[in-house]
Design a protein around this ligand. Sequence first.
Ligand code: PLP
Ligand code: COI
Length: 356
Amino acid sequence: MEIRVAPLPAEQKKQKATDETALGFGRLFTDRMLVAEWKVGQGWVDARIEPYAPFSLDPACAVFHYAQEIFEGLKAYKWSDGSIALFRPEMNARRFNHSAERLCMPEVPEDLFVGGIEQLVALERDWIPASEGTSLYIRPTMIAVEPVLGVKPSDHYYFYVILSPVGAYYAAGFNPVKIMVEDTYVRAVPGGTGEAKTGGNYASSLKAGLEAKKKGFDQVLWLDGVHRRYIEEVGAMNMLFAYGKTIVTSPLTGTILNGITRDSVLKLAASRGYTIEERLIDVNDLMADIRAGKVTEAFGSGTAAVVSPVGILAYKDESVTVGDGGVGPITRELYDALTGIQTGRIPDTFGWIRKI
Ligand code: PLP
Ligand code: COI
């Protein structure tokens, strides 16, 4: 699909961060964005890259009332030779369309999703940070913009992509986080939208997250919504547990996000001789196994979170330290293997890297 590129007036160019180590996550945005519109009877029209700017939207737009919205998250990396790499963007395109189907939104063709990102990132290449642990976070989004208060799928959508130079997601960086198993609120139920990457899942998680923060935890670990017993995922990452050389993670039952980092880490671990078990994890068994030292490491996986060690897990009134509470060797190995491929330090034997 042809994407028109609008000029960027010199006075609209923003100041880039001078200290890449202090970027944080998702507060700074680049000069340009990609926008395309879908209209009933016309399909995708008017794809353009234009200066980053606020949208002017009718207050009646469906997205504001009924949350018909989906998004994605992926990253671009600047390699030491100056080249730019995307990590498995076609997987994000596929998951975006899976979310779109669940939210009754139109599919975005892969050449618009991936091709548009490639074109936008190439134009914004000077914004990609190169320091250790930094990258350009890419946020594709679709919103329903038909101004109507009836509850129905919209007849007009914006697909847009914005870019944000980022560092670590957690303030702690690559250091163990404290996670609390949530036993009051639930995130998803079978048949719901848990597997879709839609804003509502995150809006409904805020209360639990805030209460966990007040108790000194970084995020909550959700249990399944029916039995309130099986481990699902954390707010922004999937969870994995090392039992010696076996890595255990929850199966994709339809209520958790099919994490691209999860899939990559499992494939990396399998290729390095670890045994993988995707099975239901009873929270009581997990706590007992951590207490008994059978669970040697726990870590989360996600685009923003990368591979994040978990040092402390709490459930009801008990708090347990995983291993010695530090960064375990498997967590470190998988973090190094994954980021090594993403940043070009390790050859990509999986076909995951897409150079721009
Ligand atoms: N689970 C949730 C709820 C998330 O928001 C994310 C982040 O994208 C993940 C898991 C990890 O998915 P991925 O590895 O594709 O980023
Ligand atoms: C990502 O890792 O890309 C996410 O979408 C997590 C996000 C909620 C910050």
